[in-house]
Ligand binder design. Structure first.
Ligand SMILES: C[S@@+](CC[C@H](N)C(=O)[O-])C[C@H]1O[C@@H](n2cnc3c(N)ncnc32)[C@H](O)[C@@H]1O
Length: 378
């Protein structure tokens, strides 16, 4: 196994399978522009999970105009289509980098919301999810079915347009997309160690049923206010549960996850909670260092995210067996029943502590060793 210094120096081109008991992972956020992720080697990353600034949502006008001042001019002139196209041209540079850094078989999950906006006289939809799909297809990605993330909201439906009179009212936009792409060909796990690591990264049957449905309705939006000086008022963070699910769905322990638009570092936190290495890029220097501090201070929360998976499964087994349902398999690590054969070897990483590497400011996550339990006599 390479030493910590080697692992933290740069993102290695190969995933190094490590014995699960010895797992430690590294995490860092580079302050910088993800249209050029020079610190990440070609074909070195297993999974990208991200949420970019959303084209034509007003809070991101400034950031897009910094990336290309012509965008600001077109917005001022009411040239909506030209501004929208140029915004996507800037995002396309980050998607090109996503293609470059992903290994063949690697996956990219992009959370994006469409926008509605009146520019000049016209109220219109700007369908970023389909524009990004087309860009990714042009790069060579294969798209998988996407997830509609229907946000829970307490506010009643807003009337837009002509209110209760036909035909001029508008449907309320209350969902976002999680687009899923694979850089072909399909990932292989040829060695015994890789197979073992993959099996240990299995998820529970009931998690599979909740996570792989194409509409997520059970996740609330994240708290949006930020207090630190020099950062914008709203973080636009996604809830922890979004990257936490995606990382556990589409990568294995010891993999490397990248977020090119890291923001408050939610993806990096979810990677640390899941036993994956992570790297973020964030243009806002203040936010990048705040996100690293947030990760350092989040050990109890990240630990509980993993522990909740274990306790929720125990509760599920109890409820299902009480209703007469059968669990044909046994997980000896936790001493509980499971539905499928791969779950027998499932081991959830429980974070123990996070330390700071001396040489480069990288954070290192360490995990609890797994205790094997015995199957009780039936
Ligand atoms: C929608 S937010 C991401 C929020 C993040 N998922 C979280 O949970 O905090 C988009 C982030 O991308 C950053 N950003 C915008 N353009 C960027 C660029 N070219 N390179 C790197 N970061 C950029 C913004 O500063 C913002 O923090």
């Amino acid at each position: 196994m390479p030493n910590l210094k080697e692992r933290t120096k740069l993102i290695s081109a190969k995933t190094v399978p490590v014995p699960l008991g010895e797992l430690s992972t590294t995490h860092r956020i580079f302050p910088g522009d993800s249209r050029k992720m020079a610190k990440i080697e070609d074909s070195s990353v297993d999974l990208v999970v991200t949420s970019p600034p959303y084209p034509m949502i007003e809070m991101w006008d400034g950031i897009f105009s910094e990336m290309n001042p012509a965008i600001g001019t077109f917005l001022l002139e009411g040239e909506a289509d030209r501004a929208y196209d140029l915004m996507h041209q800037e995002l396309d540079k980050a998607w090109g980098e996503t293609w470059r850094i992903l290994k063949p078989g690697g996956i990219a999950c992009i959370n994006i919301g469409d926008a509605t906006r009146t520019l000049g006289e016209e109220y219109r939809l700007y369908p970023s999810h389909s524009t990004i799909s087309m860009s990714m297809k042009r790069l060579g990605f294969y798209e998988s079915p996407s997830i509609i993330w229907k946000k829970q909201t307490n506010s009643p439906n807003k009337f837009l347009g002509s209110g209760t009179m036909p035909p001029g009212a508008y449907v309320t936009l209350e969902h976002e997309y999680i687009l899923i792409f694979r850089k072909p060909p399909r990932r292989q796990f040829p060695s015994g160690r890789q197979k073992e690591s993959r099996a240990a990264s299995s998820y529970f049957w009931e998690e599979r049923n909740a996570w792989f449905t194409d509409i997520w309705e059970d996740i609330k939006g994240a708290r949006q206010s930020m207090h630190e000086a020099d950062t914008r008022k709203r973080s636009a963070a996604f809830p922890f549960e979004v990257p936490f699910r995606l990382i556990n769905m589409f990568s294995v322990k010891g993999d490397t996850v990248v977020d090119p638009f890291a923001g408050t570092g939610t993806t990096v936190m979810a990677a640390a909670a899941s036993g994956r290495n992570s790297v973020g890029y964030e243009k806002d220097n203040g936010l990048a260092s705040m996100a690293m501090g947030r990760l350092l201070g989040s050990v109890p929360f990240l630990r509980s995210a993993a522990e909740t998976r274990i306790s929720s499964h125990s509760e599920y087994v109890e409820a299902e067996t009480a209703s007469g349902r059968n669990f044909p398999h046994w997980n000896s690590t936790y001493g509980f029943m499971v539905k499928t054969a791969p779950e027998e070897r499932l081991e959830i990483c429980v974070l123990k502590e996070i330390t700071q590497a001396k040489e480069n400011g990288c954070l290192v996550a360490h995990y609890e060793p797994q205790a094997k339990s015995q199957r009780p006599a039936l």
